[in-house]
Design a protein around this ligand. Structure first.
Ligand code: HPA
Length: 277
């Protein structure tokens, strides 16, 4: 039987509300992309609900990604963490990719924090650096808001001027400087992937004003903005892509090493942000 996207969102939300007690409903949602995988260790977990149990949540396809929503507290704040993300390149459609964001909103979350791995396309960014996204350039050919607009979910033409919360950006900088963590401001160029970019594409991204590039985040932020969630994105630069002469092939071990280095920094910032939100 046909069920509208709105009804699917409500059904997923109602299922989760039945599984968790009202006292565990989250204030903050955290999307754990690459660069924040071990963040779950910081959560005092109350419920771990696999995607396979949640109505309308597609199964997770990426090996090593757990595919679960984790409910609990950090510093006494109620959170939900999305462990295992849906990427467009895996074959999910844009509405599937962004379903968890809709559900976080209906569970009552007010704030969305996202961590993602990116390529650095600013001459000053090195592998292992951490950035906070100030803005994005959407280079996806599909949009999660495409199709008839359901006014219950948001307006037809959402404003994107403050999609990256100035309040949360300021808060993150404040925390980073207190912790002596270098935190760059970035502009996220969002591409569908899954291939990495050509040299000409990295150069193009630099010319148009992007300073990091990645294959996620942008659809989620568009939906968060449509939903009225206050959002913030931290990125881990895993590979240097600019200037073109600085691009070199990296081994998997190097990538892991870089990811671990950034993980500590991102995790410190996110934990403190949750405390202050
Ligand atoms: N391009 C796109 N996405 C990425 C990259 C990259 O170079 N590195 C990590 N995620």
């Amino acid at each position: 039987m046909y069920m509208s996207y709105y009804d699917q969102i409500i059904e997923s939300t109602e299922y989760l509300k039945k599984r968790i007690e009202a006292k565990h409903l989250p204030e903050v949602a955290v999307v754990l992309g690459s660069g924040l995988g071990t963040f779950t260790e910081k959560i005092e977990i109350s419920h771990r609900i696999p995607y396979s149990a949640i109505p309308h949540f597609p199964p997770a396809t990426v090996k090593g990604h757990e595919g679960a929503l984790i409910f609990g507290t950090i510093e006494g704040k109620k959170i939900v963490a999305q462990a295992g993300r849906y990427h467009f390149y895996e074959g999910y459609n844009m509405k599937e990719v962004t379903l968890p964001i809709r559900v976080f909103k209906y569970l009552g979350a007010k704030v969305l924090l996202i961590a993602s791995a990116v390529g650095g396309i600013h001459a000053d960014y090195e592998a292992g650096d951490v950035t906070i996204v100030n803005d994005h350039i959407n280079l996806h050919h599909e949009n999660p808001l495409q199709g008839p607009n359901d006014e219950r979910l948001g307006v037809r033409f959402p404003d994107m001027t403050d999609a990256y919360s100035p309040r949360l950006i300021a808060m993150a900088h404040n925390i980073a400087s207190a912790q002596k963590i270098v935190l760059h401001n970035s502009v996220y160029g969002g591409l569908p992937g899954p291939n990495l970019e050509t040299k000409a594409e990295y150069n193009y991204l630099n010319i148009i004003g992007a300073t990091v590039v990645g294959m996620s985040t942008v659809p989620e932020i568009i939906v968060a903005q449509h939903s009225g969630l206050e959002s913030c994105v931290l990125t881990a630069v895993t590979n240097k892509c600019f200037p073109i002469s600085a691009i070199k092939e990296v081994t998997h071990d190097e990538v892991i090493e870089v990811a671990q280095k950034t993980e500590t920094k991102i995790s410190t910032i996110v934990k403190e942000m949750i405390k202050r939100i």
